[in-house]
Design a protein around this ligand. Sequence first.
Ligand SMILES: [Zn+2]
Length: 259
Amino acid sequence: MTRLSTTKKHSGESIKKEFTFRFYAELNDFLPLKRKQKAFVQSFKTPITVRECIESLGIPLSEVDMILVNETSVDLNHKLKEYDYISVFPVFESFDVSAITKIRKTALRTSLFVVDAHLGKLAKYLRMLGFDTLYRSDIDDSEIISVARKEKRIILTRDKLLLKSKEVRHGYFVRSIEKHEQLREVVKKFDLNSQFKSFTRCMTCNTIFIKADKEEIQNKVDKDIFKIFNEFFYCKQCDKVFWKGSHFKRMEAYIRELI
Ligand SMILES: [Zn+2]
């Protein structure tokens, strides 16, 4: 990274130091024209954290996903040093992510997805890992785009045309055509490992499971199942009960392999 200028001495002030900032993609919406889409220098009194700088530059923290200081991923409480170069990325930015996932530690966001009508299996697997994933076999492109914008969901699709729409902000073209490979690809691409909440969400409908009291579900499961198992989960939407049987063990092994 190039330094844009050298430190100025501000007479009569406590120690003010210069930092270079670069905000990416839609974060530029919050900046004045002269600071949009380019690196700029700003002085702050030190010590100061990344959080304080970003807030005082007028960027809502809810919009920020990742912060790099001198190309290293940091959290909001990171204290800045003179000449630091701070790159700030929005909730998700497709064209830059591939280059930076290597150095990312943990994303600040939770990843939400909307999946096109041809990727139903991938949707189920993402739900299995606990990711909020919208999918319907009859969902059309305009609906995908509008829900993605409204709910800040990442669009996953094998349709390049859909991603070319000007309305799409956060989208990813899934390369693989095989469902297990697709899952592996998406997990890697978005660095999802640290966000797994496996078996907390219904694979069929995306609803979060409720832990069910054994007595409450007695009439909903087979007698033998009821005898053997003690832990049950319930999907309100599907009115279905789940337990950690052999199917669960297989999926658990699959997830371990994925990690
Ligand atoms: Zn369900």
